[in-house]
Design a protein around this ligand. Structure first.
Ligand code: FAD
Ligand code: SIN
Length: 538
C-alpha cells in the first residue's frame, strides 16, 4: 500500500464501492476493508431497494411512506432528493452488471412489498439482492485501473489537522494484522463507509464487521453524530440455540406471511391497521409485548398457505437456510424473534455526504443524512447508500480539483508500539460479551430511564477496563473493534437519555408519549458537548 492516494475509502459495501467507481475517473483511489472485500452488511441484504418504478406508484407516495415511518424526524428535502434519484440509481446498477429479478414477461422489474410501504416498490434479486449488488460492484472495482483494493486492513483513526479554525482530514491510520504493519496513509479526500454497529447487541442480523468503527473514528476526530438512540430491531429473525441469527426478510410478510403466537393466534391487527406490514418499530414492539405476556421464547411466522413452488422460487436462500436448520418453511411454522438490525443515527452529513470535518465524507449506514428520521422505512437503506455515494462522489471530485496542500500532519500513530503483553485476550472476550448483553438487556426495544442509567454506569466500567487494555497491549482487531463498540454504545445510551419521549424506534416506559416540542429535533452530540466523553479522549 502506498502512503498517499487522491481518494481513500474505508469500507467496501455498497456505499464505498459505488463512490470508488465514480471518483476513480479523477484520481488514484484506494479502498481498504477490514476482512475479505465482500464481507459487509450489503452482502447479506435480502429484501431489496425501495424505488419508484411502477406507473401505479409515485415519488409522492414513497416520500409520504418514508416520512410516516420516520415519525416527524425525517428531513423532507433529503428524502425528496434521494427518492427522486432512485430510478437512476437502479439503471446505474443494472449498467454495472447487477441482475435484478423481472416479471414473467421479462420487461418490468419484479417488485416486492415490505412494512410501511403502501405500494409494491422493492426492486430485488430474488432474496439475495445484496450479494448480487456486492458482486457486481466489487468486480467493476477490481477491473478499474485506478482502484486498488486492500482487504484485511483496518482503519484505526482519522489523521486530522487544523487550519484557520477548521478541522481537516488528511488521511487514515491503518493497521494490517497479518504483518502487524501500522501505516499512515495520507489522502486528498477521505470517505468513511464502514456500515453500521449491530454487533453492539447480543442478537443482531449484522455480520461481524458491523462494530461502528466509522462512527467512533469520526466522533473521536471531532465530527458530530445524530439520532444514535434510534436503533432499528428487525422483527423477524430465526434464532436457534447454537446457530447464528438469520434474517427472514420482511418481503416474506409482503407476500402474505402472518405473525402468530404459539397458540396460533394472529396478533398484528391489535396493533396497527397495516397489520403484519406495519412499520418495523410497531411490529418489533408488538412481538416484544406478546412474548412478555405469554412468557414464550418466540412467536411464529406462517407462510404455509402460499404455494410451495412460489416460496421456493421467490425466497430460495431463506428456504434453504431454514431447511438446513430443520425448518421447511412451506410446511412448518417459522419461530422468529426481533434482533438489532440497523442504525438510523450516525455521523452528521448533508445529502452529499459532507461532514463538519473538511475533506471527510461519510456515506451509507455510517452517516445520518436525515433520510430515516426516527425509524427507517424498509429497503430505504440501500437506496440512501447508493444515491448519497453518487452525490458525495460528485462533491468530492470538485473538492479534489480545488484542494490545497495539507499543513504538517500529526503523523504519530495513536497507539504505543512497544505495548505487548501476551495471553490476556480474555479481557476482551469477557468485556465484549458483557457489552452486548448490557445493550440487549437495558438499551433494547423497550427502555426506561432507570435501565438507561444502569447501562451508563456499567458501560463506563467496561470502557475503563478496555482502555487500560488497549494502551498496554499490542494492536489487534478485537481491541480496536471493542473500543469502537463501546464508544457507539455510550453514544446510543447518552442519546436515549437525552430524548425524554417515545418516538419511532425509541420507546421509554416512563415517557410513553410523543412530545410535540421534539417534532423535527435531532439528538446531536459531539465530543465537546457529550457528558460522557468530556474527560475522556479515547
Ligand atoms: P456495509 O455494507 O456494511 O459495508 C461496510 C464495509 O466497511 C465492510 O466492507 C467492512 O468490512 C468495512 N469496515 C468496517 N469497519 C472498518 C474499518 N475499521 N476499517 C476498514 N474497513 C472497515 N437494507 C435495504 O435497503 N434493503 C435490504 O433488503 C436490506 N437487508 C438487510 C439484510 C441484512 C441481513 C442486513 C444486516 C442489513 C440489511 N439492510 C438492508 C441494511 C443494508 O444492507 C445496510 O444498511 C447497507 O448495506 C450498508 O451499506 P454500507 O456500504 O454503508 O456498509
Ligand atoms: C428485509 O429484507 O427484511 C430487510 C430489509 C431492510 O432492512 O431494509
Amino acid at each position: 500500500m502506498r502512503d498517499y492516494y487522491d481518494f481513500l475509502i474505508i469500507g467496501s459495501g455498497i456505499a464505498g464501492l459505488s463512490y470508488a467507481l465514480k471518483v476513480a475517473e479523477y484520481g488514484q483511489t484506494a479502498v481498504i476493508t477490514k476482512k475479505q472485500a465482500t464481507e459487509s452488511s450489503t452482502n447479506y441484504a435480502q429484501g431489496g431497494i425501495a424505488t419508484v418504478t411502477s406507473p401505479l406508484d409515485s415519488f409522492d407516495a414513497h416520500l409520504a411512506d418514508t416520512l410516516n415511518a420516520g415519525a416527524g424526524l425525517c428531513h423532507q428535502d433529503v428524502v425528496e432528493t434521494i427518492v427522486k434519484a432512485g430510478p437512476e440509481c437502479i439503471r446505474n446498477l443494472i449498467d454495472i452488471g447487477v441482475k435484478f429479478t423481472y416479471n414473467k414477461n421479462g420487461k418490468e422489474l419484479s417488485l416486492g412489498r415490505e412494512g410501511g410501504h403502501t405500494h409494491k416498490r422493492v426492486v430485488h434479486s430474488a432474496d439475495l439482492t445484496g450479494r448480487e449488488i456486492e458482486k457486481a460492484l466489487f468486480t467493476a472495482c477490481q477491473e478499474h485501473k485506478n482502484i486498488s483494493l486492500f482487504s484485511d486492513h483496518i482503519g484505526v483513526d482519522l489523521v486530522t489537522y487544523d487550519r484557520e479554525g477548521k478541522i481537516y482530514c488528511g488521511g487514515v491510520f491503518v493497521f494490517n494484522p497479518e504483518n502487524q504493519n501500522r501505516l499512515t496513509v495520507r489522502s486528498a479526500i477521505t470517505l468513511l463507509a464502514t456500515g453500521g454497529a449491530g454487533q453492539i447487541y447480543r442478537h443482531t442480523t449484522n455480520p461481524r464487521i458491523a462494530t461502528g468503527d466509522g462512527m467512533a473514528m469520526a466522533f473521536r476526530a471531532g465530527a458530530a453524530v445524530a439520532n444514535m438512540e434510534f436503533v432499528q430491531f428487525h422483527p423477524t429473525t430465526i434464532s436457534l440455540i447454537g446457530k447464528k441469527t438469520f434474517l427472514i426478510s420482511e418481503a416474506v410478510r409482503g407476500e402474505g406471511g402472518i405473525l402468530k403466537t404459539a397458540k396460533g393466534t394472529a396478533f398484528m391487527e391489535k396493533y396497527h391497521p397495516m397489520k403484519d406490514l406495519a412499520p418495523r418499530d410497531i411490529v418489533a414492539r408488538a412481538i416484544d409485548s406478546e412474548l412478555k405476556k405469554s412468557g414464550d421464547d418466540t412467536v411464529f411466522l406462517d407462510i404455509r398457505h402460499l404455494s410451495s413452488d412460489f416460496v421456493k422460487k421467490r425466497f430460495p436462500n431463506i428456504y434453504i437456510k431454514c431447511l438446513e436448520a430443520g425448518i421447511d418453511i412451506t410446511r412448518d411454522l417459522v419461530p422468529v424473534v426481533p434482533a438489532a438490525h440497523y442504525m438510523c443515527g450516525g455521523v452528521v452529513t448533508n445529502v452529499k455526504g459532507r461532514t463538519g470535518i473538511q475533506r471527510l465524507y461519510v456515506c451509507g449506514e455510517t452517516a445520518c443524512t436525515g433520510m430515516h428520521g426516527a425509524n427507517r422505512l424498509a429497503s430505504n437503506s440501500l437506496l440512501e447508500a447508493v444515491a448519497t455515494a453518487q452525490f458525495a462522489a460528485d462533491e468530492s471530485i470538485s473538492d479534489f480539483k480545488y484542494r490545497t496542500p495539507p499543513d504538517a500532519l500529526r503523523l504519530d500513530f495513536p497507539h504505543p508500539t512497544h505495548a505487548n503483553r501476551p495471553r490476556e485476550r480474555v479481557i476482551l472476550t469477557h468485556n465484549r460479551r458483557e457489552l452486548k448483553r448490557l445493550m440487549w438487556d437495558c438499551v433494547g426495544i423497550v427502555r426506561s430511564s432507570y435501565l438507561l442509567h444502569e447501562a451508563l454506569e456499567k458501560i463506563e466500567v467496561i470502557r475503563d477496563s478496555v482502555d487500560r487494555y488497549f494502551f498496554s497491549h499490542a494492536l489487534s482487531y478485537p481491541s480496536l473493534e471493542l473500543r469502537n463498540m463501546i464508544t457507539v454504545g455510550c453514544l446510543v445510551i447518552e442519546s436515549a437519555l437525552r430524548r425524554k419521549e417515545s418516538r419511532g424506534l425509541q420507546y421509554l416506559l416512563d415517557y410513553p408519549d410523543l412530545d410535540d416540542r421534539n417534532w423535527k429535533k435531532d439528538t446531536l452530540i459531539d465530543r465537546k458537548g457529550s457528558s460522557i466523553w468530556q474527560n475522556n479522549i479515547n
